[in-house]
Write a protein of this length. Sequence first.
Length: 202
Amino acid sequence: MKLLKMEKLKKLSAKDLINTGIFTAIYFVVMFVFTAVTSFAPITYVLLPAFIAILCAPIYMLFITKVKTFGMITIMGVLIGILMVFTTGNSWIMFVFCSLLGLISDLITKAGGYTSKKMSLIGYYVFSIWPVGSFFPIWLMRDAYFDGVVASMGEAYAEGLKAMTPFWIIPVMIAYTIAAGVVGGLVAGKMNKKHFEKAGIV
């Protein structure tokens, strides 16, 4: 019976791709609008990954109720990476990071047979880290990164952001983003309880 169930998880259907596209679009639009209205100050920008982890959790977890096939979460990560590169000017590093997190989250969720709420939540905690990728240039190309910030947001904003982003900030951001993902997952679990039950996620 279990083998038969796993057989059904192998192939992506047109419906799977459509659902992935729809939920990715909703997730991205909500994230994009929220980012646009909250990035006015360096502190809100630095905390943005945590805000997104909470705000977008219900969307992601509702998406999970539609996921029964390996590849859907990976594709969501790839699409978000592409959108971040072409609509926000992020580097290819962001694309690689989003795609990798999508794949890891997919593998974690698959390990729960796409029916384990616990594994789905753990998968979300991993997936929710992706916005931190926007800050990787602080490590890899710090001078060029802040030159870009000066050009787009002004020198005062850049100096404020630089003061809040020492080299050790990335692991700290990952930690508080995961913590926010846990909060978002709890909220999403309560909001989507009926959908989880209908999808057989326990």
